[in-house]
Design a protein around this ligand. Sequence first.
Ligand SMILES: [Fe+2]
Length: 350
Amino acid sequence: MTVSPVRRGLTRAVMAAAMIGVLAPAVQAADEVNIYSYRQPYLINPLLEAFTKNTGIKTNVIFAKKGLIERVAAEGRNSPADLLLTIDIGRLSGAVAKGITQTVKSSVLESNIPASYRDPKGQWFGLTRRARVVYASKKRVAQDAITYEELADPKWRGKICVRSGQHVYNVALIASMIAHHGEEKTQKWLQGFKANLARKPAGNDRAQVKGVFAGECDIAVGNTYYMAKMQLNEKEPIQKEWAASVKMLFPNTAKRGSHINLSGMVLAKNAPNKDNAIKLMEFLSSADAQKIYAEVNNEYPVKADVPWSKLVKSWGDFKPDTLSLDVVAKNRKRASELVDKVAFNEGPSS
Ligand SMILES: [Fe+2]
């Protein structure tokens, strides 16, 4: 008998149980929980170790960069997945749209996670926050405040670097602009933003900061935690210089606040260890776990009163946009269509 790839990565006990066709009860009896994670081991493992220490519940994780949502869908009713950990409201709401999630009703989750950072129907929950900010050249940009609206101001002509407009981070930002300004105004803004690009959108967020460092552009758009990833980069120390060449500007801090995106979790529709999974979800939203997220990945906790890491504090205080991420999720499709409509990814010349 062959073991399907579905089982790979799970424990020997689970595999043995799977072979005699009693996966769910066996997993439950063993007091385990199965996690599919898009988030990396260095971040997730310390959280799971703390959870096991607190509860005695064993964790089995499959880490992957892509394909996990599709995998749960393909596994269907036999899926061993209990909990899926991922980033971005696009991927959280995408999992719901794919039909692989179920509703969780938990007063612990509801009190730990503010309403704007979880699905009103309880299908997805945010665990950490990141702001989408402007990285501005210390040398060439005098101003210390900025708005997203200003990215379309002709004064930035040829001076902005940004990754693909279709990347989930940018789609969420544009979706928030639709929520605040309506579609027509957002389209105009996106056209102005595109006209200000220094080059065709390409590369990741850090590549845009590198563009500022190299003098290709004066401002770049990126997520906050990348500042930490550059500032602490021993593998590629040149990134410390990229980071040192820019200042972080939190857009719209004077009024509605900076756009927020999330990492988060969903409970799998056919979770064989549902009770354990909910215990893990509650633990991940607790002060102890939120502190680990804050320290290990330099993200902003979703739970109020959990301290930010020292490094994150050094970037300064800011005002987060309180727009519900559920609204962002609902505007994503229109945002993505606008990116194509204005041919954003063709860059400034077209
Ligand atoms: Fe990222």
